[in-house]
Design a protein. Structure first.
Length: 203
């Protein structure tokens, strides 16, 4: 039984990480893929949990070896998803969430036609900027650059299957969960899972 692959993208500050963490915390059959990055860890981030923090050399070597399902440069840092880790989870029948940018999403869609893309929007530009400031992790120059990059990220919303506005957190989480549950009930997933039942019912 293969699990399903979900891509969750958003401009930084849309609340994507909090939503995905809450989703995964409530469902032990949904796993978040841990990306590799050359970005230094922020306060409170843990190697192996939030990211695999690696040097540029290690990242380049992995990319050269074809270890990444997708990879991209975002804010001058490299990010990539390990193919092996994702495939191992899918083969166990677990649903996998990739929290990646639009460039990575395009690459994944080319390899996994059946993947589901979900795009998270902030309720307004002002809210987006406030959320970036509230994190207190980036200086003013970085915040202004992230606002410009947010506009670029948002311009790719049409490439996704679902759109969620993260205004009320609980409501947004419900919507995200509903998309994953609906996908699990899709015929393509269920016809394998329920093959014994269907055989019995039609016998
Ligand atoms: P941050 O540095 O704030 O954690 O992430 C910056 C951006 O990189 C976010 O848009 C995030 O979704 C994206 N990102 C994180 N991991 C990956 C990855 O493995 N691949 C790609 N393409 N983007 C990623």
């Amino acid at each position: 039984m293969m699990g399903s692959l979900f891509i969750v993208a958003a401009p930084s500050g849309a609340g994507k990480t909090s939503l995905v963490n809450a989703l995964v915390a409530g469902h032990d059959d949904i796993r978040l893929s841990v990306s590799h990055t050359t970005r230094p860890p922020r306060d409170g981030e843990q190697d192996g949990r939030d990211y695999h923090f690696v040097s540029q050399d290690v990242f380049a070597q992995m990319r050269g070896n074809g270890d990444f399902l997708e990879s991209a440069t975002v804010f001058d840092n490299s990010y990539g998803t390990s193919s092996k880790a994702v495939e191992a989870l899918l083969e166990q029948g677990l649903d996998v969430i990739l929290e990646i940018d639009w460039q990575g999403a395009q690459q994944v869609r080319n390899n996994f036609a059946d993947s589901t893309g979900i795009f998270i929007l902030p309720p307004s530009k002002a809210t987006l900027e406030q959320r970036l400031r509230d994190r207190g992790q980036d200086n003013e120059e970085v915040i202004q650059r992230r606002m410009r990059d947010a506009e670029n990220e948002i311009s790719h919303y049409v490439e996704f299957d679902y759109l969620i506005v993260n205004d009320d957190f609980t409501e947004a989480l419900d919507k995200l969960t509903a998309i994953i549950i609906a996908k699990r009930q899709a015929l393509a997933t269920q016809k394998h899972k329920q093959s014994a039942l269907i055989t019995e019912l039609l016998a």
